[in-house]
Write a protein that binds this ligand. Structure first.
Ligand code: ATP
Ligand code: PRP
Ligand code: NIO
Length: 476
């Protein structure tokens, strides 16, 4: 579906107003960033850039869109005529998908005609906020499984089809290994996986007949759902009977899925029964409203689980269902010159960062696999061997530092220039691998699920001074 009209009415009202009052080609820059990570975490995994580029590259109002806008009797004809030509006039620099990003850091910075970039706010935030939220949630979950695969099972519980499709992609970026969502698997070249539902078992006269029927059709993919009637007294014994028949016919069974009850106790009993029957390689998959905390508790209890299938709490990020990323103007062009812009707030932490910026990740010069801090700088600043910086966290008391002994890596990359896209990584598993490499470089304390340490993020002195100057000017 085309998404040009997926924007808030006030964006159109402003765009029409800009058209009536300002030069039509007036350029503006907006930054996307967030202030608070979900679940009181310390970072967010950026995701959604591929879709944003696609949307912005192909952003073009159809005759039908214009006719609808005209029917609202709210916009001038010349503005609507102008909109018909709105196409390929924006440029974007962005932090690659899969990068852990911290509060205040521009994840994406878009420049172009004020009218265009204003109209794009809602769609860009919708995409980045959703996919980054789910990628981050998937990271939380997969970070506690000790490498055991997590299948994304959430399509039925996602808030609508798009949330299921792009949520599945984001879940893979965050660390899931596969999805049950066939459309997402097709679109993003992901493994489409699954077991069976209780309906399969209920469709046969008894459980054993149901298992046998399945094993006959899928002899090499027999993952049997054992909790329809009674896991210990019926499900597992019946599964073992069918496993024996499969093995006699030269096939190795995959295992079982437990979807209710006390998963730790049931899995422990099932493991013992399968081992005693000689099926030590048969895997146990757990599902049923799982999340990172339940999985951690199950594994701490010693539950012998091999795989997880996770739906609702992953695809909706139900424990923390909103990422409040924002889109703020950082510069406006005036007579051909860029003028930095700021939004002031009573709360110091909500004052925006003006100007065209770059984000650097600093690595320990003597241990370059370890990221030690991020620095937000003005884009035209030279980063030498020393940086005079101020902590971006306004609550830090001793906030002035001189950073030394680092290797600096710029994070924002040019990905779209006047509608022309530069190559970016689009393979979902390559993005997942990139995310894991980047995450491995962060301090362990910043990755705790409970009360993580804040990763230090600094502003260069020049950027902090510019911000202060604009605050002072606004207060005059
Ligand atoms: N050993 C365990 N430790 C912690 N949490 C568990 C354990 N076993 C299961 N759970 C979780 O407890 C919750 C139990 O959910 P629920 O009350 O729906 O029970 P149920 O037995 O699965 O019921 P139903 O048959 O209706 O699905 C689920 O989120 C499940 O993942
Ligand atoms: O609990 P989630 O993390 O969302 O995981 C997906 C759930 O969806 C299925 O249950 P459902 O009751 O929808 O169907 P079923 O009984 O047919 O399996 C499945 O059995 C899981 O329990
Ligand atoms: O394949 C499965 O087991 C599955 C898929 C979606 C939801 N619940 C389970």
């Amino acid at each position: 579906m085309k998404h040009e009209l997926l924007t808030d009415m006030y964006e159109f009202s402003m765009a029409n107003g800009y058209y009536q009052t300002l030069p039509h080609d007036k350029q503006a820059r907006f930054d996307v960033f967030y202030r608070k990570a979900p679940d009181d975490g310390s970072f967010v995994i950026s995701a959604g850039l591929m879709q944003v580029i696609d949307e912005v590259k192909n952003w073009h109002f159809s005759t039908d869109d214009i006719a609808y806008l005209r029917s609202l009797n709210h916009f001038s004809d010349d503005f609507l005529f102008y909109l018909t030509a709105a196409h390929n006039r924006c440029s974007i620099k962005a932090i690659p998908e899969g990068t852990p990003v911290f509060p205040q850091e521009p994840i994406l910075s878009i420049s172009g005609p004020l009218i265009d970039v204003q109209l794009l706010e809602t769609l860009i935030l919708n995409i980045i906020n959703h996919q980054s939220l789910i990628a981050t949630k998937a990271w939380q979950i997969t970070s506690v499984t000790g490498g055991r695969p997590v299948m994304e099972f959430g399509a039925r519980r996602a808030q609508g089809p798009d949330a299921a499709i792009y949520g599945a992609r984001a879940a893979i970026i965050g660390g899931c290994s596969s999805t049950s969502n066939v459309l997402a698997a097709k679109l993003f070249n992901l493994p489409a996986v699954g077991t069976m539902a209780h309906a399969w078992i209920e469709s046969f006269p008894d459980e054993l007949t149901a298992f046998r029927a399945w094993a006959k059709i899928y002899p090499d993919n027999a993952a049997l759902l054992v909790d329809t009637y009674d896991v210990v007294n019926s499900g597992v014994p019946n599964a073992i009977k069918v496993f024996k028949e499969l093995r006699a016919a030269g096939h190795e069974p995959v295992g079982i899925r437990i979807d209710s009850g006390d998963i730790a106790q049931l899995a422990t009993k099932a493991r013992k029964m399968m081992d005693e029957a000689g099926f030590t390689n048969a895997k146990i998959t757990a599902s049923n409203a799982l999340d990172a905390h339940i999985i951690k508790s199950l594994l701490d209890e010693g539950a012998p689980l091999d795989n997880f299938g996770i739906g609702e709490r992953l695809i909706t990020s139900s424990s923390s269902p909103v990422l409040s990323g924002v889109y703020k103007m950082s510069a406006l062009e005036n007579d051909g010159k860029w003028v930095p812009k700021i939004k002031i707030s009573n709360s110091r932490e909500k004052i925006t960062l003006p100007g065209n910026k770059q984000v650097y990740r600093l690595y320990d010069k003597h241990d370059p696999q370890h990221a030690v801090a991020d620095v937000i700088a003005l884009a035209d600043e030279q980063i030498g061997t020393e940086i005079a910086a101020i902590n971006a966290d306004v609550h830090v008391t001793w906030n002035k530092v001189i950073l030394t002994d680092f290797i600096a890596k710029p994070l924002l990359k040019q990905v779209l220039t006047l509608g022309k896209a530069a190559p970016i990584e689009t393979d979902t598993f390559a993005i997942q691998h990139f995310a894991q490499t980047e995450l491995a470089q962060l301090p362990a304390a910043a990755k705790r699920l409970l009360n993580p340490d804040r990763f230090p993020v600094y502003l260069t002195k020049r950027l902090a001074d510019l911000q202060q100057k604009l605050v002072d000017e606004a207060q005059k």
